[in-house]
Design a protein around this ligand. Structure first.
Ligand code: CO
Length: 148
């Protein structure tokens, strides 16, 4: 058996954890009730994040979360996503040790960023999005938690 490379130590972008997967939903109450009845889980918190145009609910699953996202209006990023694609997986979020270092590294790699500077997300975290066209068609969110 080949030893696993210590790949996480090679880059200044240290992915610490799969923080959450974001799922766009039409009706947050209905989505929460669905998770409650199907899987027996409850949100650990719920929050309106005006800066992102969403109300979100976070459901803990092991060391990660499912983030249910309902748009605050049709003309928000998640609102436009829903009208174009319907409900479903919206983004994958990785926890990083330093969002500034991660963004510097991505810029040096010529990555296509949605946010060139960190902004505020839920839980008081600093977040930044990387465009889905940058890598594998997946919208990636980087998260630096305030207590990380
Ligand atoms: Co998110």
């Amino acid at each position: 058996m080949t030893a696993l490379p210590e790949w996480n130590s090679l880059a200044p972008v240290k992915l610490l954890n799969l923080d959450h997967v974001g799922i766009a939903v039409n009706d947050l109450d209905q989505a929460i009730e669905g998770y409650r009845s199907r899987y027996g889980v409850e949100p650990v918190y719920r929050e309106k994040v005006e800066a992102q145009g969403v109300e979100e609910a976070m459901i803990a699953v092991g060391g990660s979360f499912v983030q249910l996202l309902q748009p605050l209006g049709a003309e928000t990023p998640v609102g436009r996503f829903l009208s174009k694609r319907g409900e479903g997986l919206h983004h994958v979020a990785y926890a990083v040790s330093s969002i500034e270092a991660a963004l510097d590294h991505l810029k040096s790699q010529g990555a296509r960023l949605v946010d060139s500077e960190p902004r505020r997300g839920g839980r008081g975290a600093q977040i930044a999005f990387v465009h889905p066209a940058d890598l594998t068609g997946t919208l990636i969110e980087l998260v630096e938690l305030s207590d990380a």
